[in-house]
Design a protein around this ligand. Structure first.
Ligand code: ARG
Length: 457
């Protein structure tokens, strides 16, 4: 096919160069946005008296037909086309003749690709936010069923202090809520129209960029035409927000892998979200969680690739920027897949409450509470801390736990110990007493749940 830009050069590119240059295999997914942008552009040209009403009508009908035929599969994307913009324009011209050749007046592929990408990503952000909502709903559902489920909270992966499973899960709900906020922030800054920036220096035609911006649902046109065609920070911001989504998913995935191991046995994944082993008949593997953890790296890679493409590029457009799309599309697709699998995996997992409780009963996670008991009776915290440490050592030597150690042993360390110490170190008491804002006590967790549910409304 002859290039639209044929004219200057004595011959077209070599086939190998043509193939190297083409972006059609990854940018064809933007055909609806490309057509949407062209429709707005043609309407603006006509309103401004640059294009005749007849031409606009032919363009609108032609583009409408192309959209319908691509949607239905009647028209196939030509894999030898240079990119989606050239493909649509060539198809339009084949269908309507000269009117198609007039569409590109006062426009460049540089503002065209920038507008297409913003439109495409804006819509993806809405889907990503919805998937995050569904995940938060799944997490919240499990949290509601586990307000009283005591398990050890860990630091350094060592049993630390008692919390509830609801408290633990709601920590993730908070992260995912912030993720939605970050995506929305990125979408708001993305929502400016580069259309009309043309190649880089605007145009001598009397165009109306406010009009096209509004038609396409943008908040405003971007203010500087060189910025309009060379800015890809909207891609970087989105990739950074998506990288953080993956950080959160990956930490959660790691916990699910740990919790579903025989060492922990805190949860059991539904069979539908696990796989077996080809050799070991007993295996039930948490592949979905592992894959989410594994895919985190490629999303970070996409972010670093995008940053690196932009670094050192002189203004304005450079062909390097064609590399933006594969990175950002890969990240968006990957995160959507991960969120899509995570929500039902979390919603269907079985929580082994007894195992969580029995883990909480070992590991001296009420030692801080025992020290606090002495402090409330007047002992300085450091002294209480030391005595409690010695009591823990005694329990380990006697192969027992603080709850079972006789009162006489306690009293040999301090006369402040009385029968009520056993009540103070009961795990239920330890959780309920942690009623500081944001803590695991029931009232606090219910308040957190209410906050998340309000957000989900
Ligand atoms: N396929 C190109 C891209 O993705 C479209 C813009 C081409 N612009 C140009 N001046 N060659 O960046």
């Amino acid at each position: 096919m002859e290039k639209m830009w044929a004219g200057r050069a004595a011959k077209g590119p070599e086939q190998i160069a043509d193939e190297f240059n083409s972006s059609i295999r990854f940018d064809s997914r933007m055909y609806p946005q490309d057509i949407q942008g062209s429709l707005a552009h043609a309407a603006m040209l006509t309103k401004q008296g640059i294009l005749s009403a007849e031409d606009q009508q032919a363009i609108a009908e032609g583009l409408g037909g192309i959209l319908a035929d691509l949607d239905s599969g009647k028209l196939a994307i030509d894999p030898t086309a240079e990119d989606i913009h050239m493909f649509v324009e060539a198809e339009l011209t084949a269908r309507i003749g000269d009117a198609g050749r007039r569409l590109h007046t006062a426009r460049s592929r540089n503002d065209q690709v920038a507008v297409d990408l913003r439109l495409y990503l804006r819509q993806e952000v809405d889907q990503l936010a919805e998937l995050l909502r569904q995940l938060i709903a799944a997490v919240t559902g499990q949290a509601e069923a586990n307000v009283d489920t005591i398990l050890p909270g860990y630091t350094h992966l060592q049993r630390a202090q008692p919390v509830t499973f609801a408290h633990h899960l709601l920590a993730y709900a908070m992260m995912f809520m912030r993720d939605i906020g970050r995506l929305q922030d990125a979408a708001a800054r993305m929502n400016e129209s580069p259309l009309g920036s043309c190649a880089l220096a605007g145009t001598t035609y009397d165009t109306d960029r406010e009009f096209t911006a509004l038609q396409l649902g943008f908040a405003r046109p971007c203010f500087n035409s060189m910025d309009g065609v060379s800015d890809r920070d909207f891609c970087v911001e989105l990739l950074a927000a998506l990288s953080l989504v993956m950080v959160h998913l990956s930490r959660f995935a790691e916990e699910i892998v740990l919790w579903s191991s025989w060492e922990f046995k805190f949860v059991e994944l539904d069979d539908g979200y696990t796989t077996g082993s080809s050799i070991m008949p007993q295996k039930k593997n948490p592949d979905m969680a592992e894959l989410v953890r594994g895919k985190t790296g490629r999303v970070y890679g996409d972010l670093v690739a995008m940053l690196t493409v932009l670094k050192g590029l002189p203004l304005a457009y450079n062909k390097d920027m064609q590399e933006d799309k594969e990175a950002v599309f890969d990240a968006v697709d990957t995160v959507k897949d991960c969120l899509g699998i995570f929500a039902p995996m979390v919603a269907t997992m079985t929580v082994k409450k007894e195992n969580m409780l029995s883990a909480a009963q070992k590991g001296f996670i009420n030692a801080t509470d025992l020290a606090d008991y002495l402090v409330k009776k007047g002992m300085p915290f450091r002294t209480a801390y030391k005595i409690t440490g010695q009591l823990v050592a005694l329990c380990i030597a006697k192969d027992t736990v603080l709850e079972q150690l006789p009162l006489a042993d306690y009293q040999s360390f301090s006369p402040l110990f009385e029968e009520d110490l056993y009540q103070a170190i009961d795990l239920k008491t330890c959780v309920e007493k942690r009623a500081s804002q944001g803590g695991p006590a029931q009232a606090s967790v219910l308040a957190q749940l209410a906050y998340v549910k309000e957000f989900l409304k």
